[in-house]
Write a protein that binds this ligand. Sequence first.
Ligand SMILES: Nc1ncnc2c1ncn2[C@@H]1O[C@H](COP(=O)(O)OP(=O)(O)OP(=O)(O)O)[C@@H](O)[C@H]1O
Length: 339
Amino acid sequence: MADSAFIELDHVEKVFDVRRKTGFLRRERREVRAVDSISFTVARGEMVGYIGPNGAGKSTTIKMLTGILTPSGGRLRVAGIDPSRERTRLARRIGVVFGQRTTLWWDLPLIDSYALMHRMYRIPDARYRENLDRCVELLDLAALLDVPVRQLSLGQRMRGDIAAALLHDPEVLYLDEPTIGLDVISKAKVREFLKDLNTERGTTVLLTTHDLQDIEQLCRRVMVIDHGRLMYDGPLAGLHEVGESERTLVVDLERELPPIEAAPARVVRVEGPRQWLAFPASESAAPLVARIASAYPLVDLSVREPDIEAVIAQMYAQQAERVAGRTGEQVGEPGPAVS
Ligand SMILES: Nc1ncnc2c1ncn2[C@@H]1O[C@H](COP(=O)(O)OP(=O)(O)OP(=O)(O)O)[C@@H](O)[C@H]1O
């Protein structure tokens, strides 16, 4: 297999059969299409964000990638391996961190959990020592090694979990909400560590998160999933275009003036001599700036990029509108950058 497709999904589906009690003896059977014909590839060494609202299908995808769940359809390969068929063989090559759950032994000191993993994964002694030392240093774990996991704070436990996922030198790391509930300092520490891991070791990382700062700071590429379908796959910057978001021009005038006229930009706020103008993010700011500069007495001017959170919220809203307005056609036509 070519390295360009270290992780490979080809029209992968996962349908759950859900039975619900609707009366004394009646049960209703319903299909939940958690992942709906998703295709993408991730190259070795890439760090990709996988985002979407609650129930979008992110965890289900990760569970299929680890072999915990078997796809209902399509083809899935990680490092050339079919995860659900060869889960144990794949386990030696992947690391998983589920932010909301721990893989550590609750009652044991952290170091004992690591010692157990050393044996479970049959990690060569020198390799284990080297990886442990590195994680202890970079994740600041030295003072925590003898503390039972149950006594660790969430941030400490998360750092402990990340170390546990890396002791066997995985080639790919799946992170499901790795910074959930962490304070600002712990988040920064975890992000810094992941960045180093990716650049120094070339570890492929697939990151699921609700914290868009994780994505902004770590991933150049992002995939957006909703209702089990891939809505966007491309650079983070490109999301602005798909989300049809707006940029803001903040104009400081020499004095208070009536609202600036510069279509397609429109004034959305005025405070004394300062005016805020919204314009489509897909338009170049230069001609607009030139027009305003030639017609108005300017002191200063700046362009504000749209907030990524607002862009994604808008994408979901558009998707919801499409779902509400659909007349039998497929839900959620993908955006222009979908592979
Ligand atoms: N074992 C299961 N049985 C039935 N339905 C399931 C099962 N696991 C997930 N689902 C459903 O599949 C859909 C996708 O769930 P999934 O957990 O993958 O979403 P998610 O994007 O990870 O959400 P969140 O951000 O809330 O963790 C949801 O509608 C969920 O209720």
